[in-house]
Write a protein that binds this ligand. Structure first.
Ligand SMILES: [Zn+2]
Length: 270
């Protein structure tokens, strides 16, 4: 008996080191999930944690459905802010960075099956091409979405698009006129191409979200919602002046317990 208790205590202590189950629950916030690639990492990928398998993605959407979450778009968030229509009781944003073709091939069919909405942040110049900003020695080049795929997803009403700049450069390292160009030109070109206002913006590498001049440029470009990669859940109503919307990084090796802790505690791992 004592041996069992000791074993349980040891297991509990080990779990405390790995998971944040002991953190207080976060309620009433806006969880924003951050995905990149859906699929299995290609050999040679040094960024394997950015690949979430279709099986895990499906299980995660099942979890959202079972636990009463409703995936919303920026347009719905805006309607709620303007007092036109309240948000659902447990809203969640499902976001994808970069705009890989596997989002269309492997994530979109699952989103359709569940009737869940998502937002994809596009790197304008790489669409129809490949992830040219990566060094192929560390992360193989893979195809990005085509404009036809982007339009089809937009027309379905399930997928909303946002900007992730023109070239996916780290904004704080650029001169101010280049920062302005990255944020304003991508917004304008995406709007011309897709016929919708782009209200969402995600900083490449999350860089610049906490650099006042960079964030000011993004907000001055006219985006309503800007997204960092700071781990956590932003409270509602979101204080736009204070900081960019936080996100929950969904890693390829996350267990369902990680997913649950991310959504309820704002963090899974130490
Ligand atoms: Zn990115």
């Amino acid at each position: 008996m004592i041996g069992t208790l000791a074993a349980l205590a040891a297991a509990g202590a080990a779990a405390s080191c790995r998971w944040n189950w002991w953190r207080p629950r976060v309620t009433g916030g806006m969880p924003a999930l951050m995905y990149h690639k859906i699929g299995l990492p290609p050999s040679g990928s040094k960024l394997a944690k950015l690949w979430v398998s279709p099986t895990r993605f499906r299980r995660q959407l099942e979890y959202l459905r079972k636990n009463g979450y409703t995936a919303i778009t920026f347009a719905e968030w805006r309607d709620a802010e303007a007092g036109r229509k309240p948000l659902p009781e447990k809203p969640v944003l499902i976001t994808f960075d970069d705009g890989y073709r596997n989002n269309y091939e492997l994530a979109y069919p699952v989103l359709r099956e569940f009737g869940m909405k998502a937002c994809i942040f596009l790197v304008y110049e790489t669409m129809d091409h490949h992830n040219a900003w990566h060094d192929p020695a560390g992360e193989p080049w893979i195809p990005m979405l085509t404009w036809a795929q982007i339009r089809e997803m937009q027309d379905s009403g399930l997928v909303e698009l946002g900007s992730h700049t023109m070239k996916h450069r780290s904004l704080p390292s650029l001169p101010p006129d280049q920062v302005r160009w990255e944020v304003t030109e991508s917004k304008k070109r995406l709007e011309d191409k897709l016929g919708r206002e782009m209200t969402g913006f995600a900083y490449p590498y999350g860089a610049g979200a906490y650099v006042p001049a960079v964030r000011a440029a993004a907000l001055e470009a006219g985006y309503r919602f800007d997204f960092s990669i700071k781990q956590g859940i932003s409270t509602l109503p979101w204080n736009r002046e204070a900081e960019a919307v936080k996100r929950l990084f969904i890693r390829g090796d996350d267990a369902m317990l990680d997913f649950h802790l991310n959504l309820t505690r704002g963090r899974a791992r130490l």
